[in-house]
Write a protein that binds this ligand. Structure first.
Ligand code: 4AD
Ligand code: MG
Length: 460
């Protein structure tokens, strides 16, 4: 089918030419023998106004042109005499592909709440809001690959099904093909996973980091961009059970290289979204007033503040207000603490470094003080943590001791220890939660509004 997208039709100069567009009808109204249809096809924030005049053969198709219907329209593009749009299509032919019952179609002209739209996830992408969000999501995903490609990183594909818990937080979904009505038992009680599909217990991955490490320790600079899964019972506006993560990993790099990469990365993504998502950002800015292009531009141009955990704790203890969760050295930063640091103290993104080892995963490099590790979290205003990363422990004996201390099963991670036995070297990486980034850029309050099909506890 030869058709122009609305984006193409409005970008190139097609005035005076006969073109074909296809899309879904947003609204239709009649006036003085004319029908005016607003058509959207998802290619851009803009819609196309169709004008169907009295004599046109299209007239006989017009009865099927209800809100929500899918149509094809052929006509000549004109500069629009009316205000509201620059161009309009003077329609000669219409084909209705699929009618839509106006009374039953859930998307009505009046605005809907985001909560209502979450209940019709299969239709919400047709709205201005979700069209904007998902197009921005695409621009960001595209720019992620561009960023790493330009810097010589290889995109690697780490497994979805794994046998280990990278983060050691025990938030794993089990993968099994066992028959639940007839589970094999060892002894009387426990399930015998040696008779499961892989001959042992397996899970959905919480992170591709450990595999990315062996790829970095061979290809040099790599990154993953894939889905990760966490059975964390957090019913919040910042947690999903299935989310996408970008995890770069670099050989011959330390924590400061890691922080520099994270900062350059976020700044690059901000610049790209301003360049390619101008209309989408402008729409969200006007509609929800939670983001501004100015703020994103500032973010793209300013350096992030770095602060060691110990100093951050002091900053929080000196805060003029009291927090719900008390603060002392050794306690984890809660989102109220993160928000205070970004929104009140630094008024911008903050990188907190050198956390107490008790708060972080086994693979992080021990600092000389023996108490903290070479970790870094990037905190963004409004959202809190969007990146978690570290320099990795490359010293075999230190790593083994740490794993024993934390009761990490070493047998199944011998391959990971091998990387420290054969040609070990300093290396570092981080994980960016893709939905947290999209949430930050679009200003959406709830993370469930930046992914097409959100998975959360009790919600699929
Ligand atoms: O801090 P996390 O747990 O770090 C890791 O998984 C490391 N293995 C990354 C690495 O060094 N390669 O997760 C990284 C990021 C967080 O900063 C957050 O943005 C996001 O992943 N994240 C979530 N996003 C949505 N829903 C959840 N439940 C998330 N948990 C983590
Ligand atoms: Mg983290």
């Amino acid at each position: 089918m030869e058709r122009l997208t609305i984006k193409e039709a409005l970008k190139e100069n097609y005035v005076g030419q006969k073109i074909t567009v296809c899309g879904w009808i947003r609204t239709r109204r009649e006036s003085k023998g004319f029908a005016f249809i607003v058509l959207s096809d998802g290619s851009s924030q803009e819609t196309m106004q169709l004008v169907v005049s009295g004599g046109a053969s299209a007239k006989k198709e017009i009865h099927g042109c209800n809100t929500g219907a899918a149509i094809k329209a052929i006509g000549v593009l004109r500069e629009s005499p009316a205000k509201g749009q620059k161009y309009e299509l003077e329609v000669s032919d219409i084909e209705v592909f699929g009618e839509s019952d106006q009374d039953l179609y859930p998307l009505q002209k009046k605005g809907h709440t985001l909560e209502f739209l979450r209940e019709i996830g299969h239709l919400r992408a047709r709205t201005n809001t979700f069209g904007a969000i998902f197009r921005i999501r695409n621009i960001l995903a595209d720019s992620v690959h561009q960023f790493f490609r330009e810097r010589g990183f290889a995109w690697v594909h780490t497994p979805i099904i794994t046998s280990g818990d990278c983060e050691g937080a025990g938030e794993l979904f089990t993968v099994t093909s066992l028959d639940f009505s007839n589970l094999p038992r060892s002894g009387d009680t426990s399930v015998d996973f040696s008779r499961d599909f892989f001959g042992r217990k397996t899970y959905l991955t919480v992170s591709g980091q450990l595999e990315a490490e062996f790829l970095a320790m061979s290809l040099g600079k790599v990154y993953t961009f894939g889905p990760t899964f966490r059975a964390e019972n957090s019913n919040t506006t910042r947690h999903l059970s299935e989310f996408w993560m970008i995890e770069p990993e670099m050989a011959f790099a330390d924590l400061s290289d890691d922080m520099k990469l994270a900062e350059d990365f976020i700044r690059f993504l901000c610049a790209k979204v301003l360049e390619r998502g101008e209309n989408e950002l402008a729409f969200l800015e006007a509609q929800y007033k939670r983001i501004s292009r100015e703020e994103i531009l500032r973010l793209a141009e300013t350096e992030f503040v770095h602060i060691p955990y110990t100093d951050a704790i002091r900053e929080l203890q000196n805060a003029p207000m009291t927090f719900e969760f008390p603060v002392s050295w050794g306690s984890d930063l809660q989102s109220e603490h993160e928000k205070y640091l970004t929104d009140e103290v630094m008024k911008g993104p903050v990188i907190v470094t050198d956390y107490p080892k008790e708060l972080k995963a086994f693979y992080m490099r021990m600092n000389d003080d023996g108490k903290t590790v070479a970790a870094m979290d990037v905190l963004a205003p409004r959202i809190g943590e969007i990146i978690g990363g570290s320099q990795r422990e490359e010293r075999l004996s230190v790593l083994e001791e740490r794993m024993r201390e934390m009761r990490i099963p070493m047998e199944s991670l011998q391959w990971y220890l091998d990387l420290r036995r054969f040609g070990s070297a300093p290396h570092a990486g981080f994980g960016l939660g893709f939905e947290r980034l999209v949430q930050y850029i679009t200003g959406m309050v709830n993370i469930r509004d930046v992914i097409p099909c959100p998975r959360a506890p009790g919600n699929i």
